[in-house]
Write a protein that binds this ligand. Structure first.
Ligand SMILES: Cc1cc2nc3c(=O)[nH]c(=O)nc-3n(C[C@H](O)[C@H](O)[C@H](O)COP(=O)(O)OP(=O)(O)OC[C@H]3O[C@@H](n4cnc5c(N)ncnc54)[C@H](O)[C@@H]3O)c2cc1C
Length: 503
């Protein structure tokens, strides 16, 4: 059968599924995406309330800078053409009221600023900033140019050469968490602030360094218009390439005959047959529900036994009748006394406004967001009953109370309040425990990312997985790269040259 007629069925129109669909079409395959929601993007989304657009995803997009790592992939996906990228000089500020750490992306500025805060910590600060400088030259996308299984001796040599200068820094910084690193500081404020520098204290320092490095080189910007507009651009590219998307089409089962995936059955009992099935949605649901756990081994069962860290969170979004553009866009406040929020004591609260993108709020108004990590089980226990709504309101009230103390009078200007809990993420995207990035990137999961996870399941042919559950730590570029990698694997199985194009 000519490859042109091969039909690839893709489950999920998140970034991974959309990317897989685009590359499938570029390579002459028929492609149909089944998406349970009525819009594309999955976690890469935004929602509108009374003229405010609450962005639910991209803080920084790797590949936003022309000619830089991952950018070419976004060009192929039609996501960055004519889309201004908004860059920040500082990642965030962290303050305890007496001191403020400005997390500059520029390692020279950061080093000078941190040394001024604590001259006694200068050697440690210098080592950290040297790491950031080194990672400005790191081409992370080299890890995704080709799936590992398709690399020949020449590819491995090139890969080795590209990685060689970073082996030592990786060994040094991928195995230390922000929390552990912070504990090495002498200055009490920096011991608290550095732990929060990259949003969660288990974050490997290398992750934070790469982020600052890419921000500094202008390769981690915010796509103007926000996350949903970004996803919509890839959806448009897929449709223009001749792909088909079926919305409100939730897959119940992946159909298997003779140990090959042959199609999908939707919850409405429609059956769709194809030659290859790609699951670009929740890994656990795919392996244990849609495939009934029939294609696993010890390694996979262990991965999904709940011991690996995940990232569930709550987002409180506010529409505020006030222009906050004169204030730093992201400030984390370290509290004197911990406060109980969603059942857990919190020592810090991060507040972000989006005035840097005026398209997200009516003129003179601001979108403000607060994100807190929270346990899925806490919300799951009360879901569907009155305490769930009450608890959401209570969290918003606590956060608005703090906001009022930092921006007096702002409470009266709050026009819209919107809460999203891990249950919201689960409901809208199907991700296990509402996880926002698959497994959380920590020093435990970092080796999985570096080694790379298989995109197939043992004993099942014509089946692939793409997205954040096969790319630990998730992220929009890695989700897209895994969709691309899966089509490379399919082309290789069909003995076809993998080709790409730009719109
Ligand atoms: C608050 C937040 C902030 C983030 N910040 C960043 C950031 O700054 N930078 C960055 O790069 N990344 C960020 N991420 C992570 C990034 O959004 C994700 O890792 C990435 O979008 C995952 O894409 P995916 O396609 O793998 O999965 P998903 O987005 O989960 O897509 C899966 C799709 O499959 C659909 N689906 C599920 N089950 C079924 C079914 N049975 N049948 C049909 N369809 C189904 C879902 O509806 C969904 O559309 C953030 C995420 C969140 C939530």
């Amino acid at each position: 059968m000519p490859a042109m007629e091969k039909h690839i069925l893709i489950i999920g129109a998140g970034i991974a599924g959309l990317a897989a669909g685009c590359y499938a079409r570029m390579n002459g395959y028929r492609a149909t995406i089944f998406e349970m929601h009525d819009l594309p993007g999955g976690l890469c989304t935004a929602w509108e309330r009374k003229g405010y657009v609450f962005d639910g995803c991209i803080h920084y997009l790797f590949g936003s800078g022309e000619g830089q790592p991952f950018h070419q992939m976004w060009r192929e996906l039609g996501a960055v053409q004519d889309r201004p990228m908004l860059n920040h000089d500082e990642y965030q500020r962290i303050t305890d009221g007496n001191h403020t750490l400005i997390v500059y992306a520029d390692p020279d500025k950061l080093e000078a600023h941190m040394c001024e805060l604590s001259p006694a910590d200068a050697p440690l600060i210098r080592r950290f900033c040297d790491g950031v400088r080194q990672f400005t030259r790191f081409d992370m996308s080299a890890m995704y140019h080709k799936p590992r299984g398709l690399m020949n001796a020449q590819d491995w040599r090139a890969f080795g050469m590209a990685m060689l200068p970073y082996l030592l820094p990786m060994l040094r910084w991928a195995t230390v968490s922000a929390g552990e690193f912070a504990a090495r500081f002498k200055h009490p404020f920096l011991r608290r602030a550095v732990a929060q520098m990259f949003s969660w204290d288990e974050a490997p320092v290398m992750m934070g360094m790469s982020l600052l490095a890419y921000m500094h080189t202008g390769n981690a910007g915010f796509p103007a218009g926000g996350s949903l507009a970004f996803a919509r651009a890839i959806e448009r590219r897929f449709l223009e390439l001749g792909g088909e998307i079926r919305y409100k089409a939730q897959v119940e089962k992946i159909l298997v005959e003779n140990r090959r995936a042959v199609g999908v059955r939707l919850y409405n009992d429609e059956v769709h047959r194809g030659d290859v099935v790609i699951s670009a949605c929740d890994g656990r649901g795919t392996i244990f529900d849609m495939l009934g756990g029939a294609f696993t081994d010890r390694r996979i069962r262990r991965m999904y036994d709940g011991h690996l860290p995940m990232h569930s969170m709550m987002q409180v979004s506010l529409g505020v009748r006030r222009d906050l553009s004169a204030y730093p866009h992201w400030v984390t406040y370290l509290l004197d006394e911990p406060v109980l929020v969603a059942g857990e004591p919190r020592g810090e609260i991060g507040i972000k406004h989006y005035c840097f993108d005026p398209s997200l709020a009516p003129a003179g108004r601001s979108v403000v967001e607060v994100i807190i990590r929270t346990h899925y089980a806490y919300w799951q226990r009360i879901y569907g009953r009155r305490p769930y709504d009450e608890e959401q309101r209570q969290v918003s009230d606590i956060l608005c109370g703090f906001l009022e103390s930092w921006h007096p009078g702002i409470h009266a200007d709050v026009e819209v309040v919107d809460e999203a809990t891990p249950l919201s993420y689960e409901r809208y995207t199907g991700n296990w425990m509402g996880s926002t990035c698959g497994w959380l990137l920590t020093k435990e999961t970092m080796p999985m990312l570096i080694r790379s996870l298989p995109k197939t399941l043992p004993g099942l042919g014509s089946f692939y997985m793409a997205g954040q559950w096969v790319e630990p730590g998730g992220s929009v570029p890695l989700a897209a790269a895994s969709g691309r990698n899966v089509i490379q694997l399919i082309c290789a199985a069909d003995k076809k040259q993998f080709v790409v194009s730009e719109p």
